[in-house]
Design a protein around this ligand. Structure first.
Ligand SMILES: [Zn+2]
Length: 246
């Protein structure tokens, strides 16, 4: 009987592994090969593998690979972009989702903050800080509104500042990152009749508690500011709760 139960759990474990790997093959940017398994961004990594092999191979920084750069061109790397490919870095990271699962994430950031971001992401992961999704904004055709509405955390995107058609955003140089943007909106004072990103005012009341909320009492704020980043949630002329920049 005990043998049968172990066999059953073993079969379920192998099946769940195969299913998670298969599910992740649908949207490919870069992959991590660990212990003979292949994991793509968006993929859940079973804790058994992380306990066995550690997490180092899931926190890597590299020059922008050809496959990623061709995906970025015309999306986040729009025509007229003055930031060179050599100034940007592609990161693979792990983050925890709300269910506590380890998920492979990916980011493009300026090389000046790439070591910082890698360290910050590792600290957030070790603190089990929940991040719902961390995929390149290129999966949303470089459209920030769509990426935010999907609660996608991202960094580099050649674009103007939210609410401005002229000023270049810190995201355009890869020096800023947005975390859980759906729950941490952007708005200007007074916000009545002003554009609120990503739309709706459900999460603008910061007095009540809800998942993914960034404020000064939790790990996301603490870890980013310890690394010298500024938080958009403490600005005076506007509030950008999702935003950290250097
Ligand atoms: Zn931002």
């Amino acid at each position: 009987m005990a043998l049968k139960v172990r066999g059953l759990f073993g079969t379920i474990f192998v099946l769940s592994l195969l299913l998670s790997v298969a599910a992740c093959r649908q949207t490919v940017t870069q992959e991590v090969v660990e212990g003979g398994e292949i994991f793509y961004p968006g993929c859940v990594v079973p804790d058994e593998i992380l306990e066995r092999d550690g997490i180092d191979s899931f926190f890597v920084c590299m020059e922008i690979p050809d496959s990623v750069f061709s995906f970025m061109k015309g999306r986040s790397y729009k025509e007229g972009c003055t930031v060179s490919r050599n100034d940007l870095r592609y990161l693979i990271v792990l983050h925890r989702n709300l269910e506590g699962q380890a998920v492979v994430g990916e980011l493009v950031v300026n090389k000046k903050i790439s070591a910082d971001i890698l360290e910050i992401m590792r600290e957030l992961y070790e603190a089990s800080y929940p991040i719902e999704q961390m995929r390149l904004v290129d999966y949303y055709e470089g459209n920030d509104e769509q990426s935010m509405a999907a609660n996608n955390s991202s960094a580099f995107n050649w674009r103007t500042q939210t609410g401005s058609s002229a000023k270049i955003s810190k995201h355009a140089t890869g020096m800023a990152i947005d975390i859980n943007p759906l729950y941490n909106p952007y708005y200007r004072f007074p916000y009545v009749n002003e554009t609120v990103s990503p739309g709706g005012d459900l999460y603008m009341d910061r007095m009540w508690e809800f998942p993914f909320k960034i404020d000064e009492d939790e790990d996301c704020y603490r870890i980013f500011t310890e690394h010298g980043f500024k938080w958009g949630g403490s600005w005076n002329s506007l509030r950008d709760y999702q935003h950290f920049e250097k």
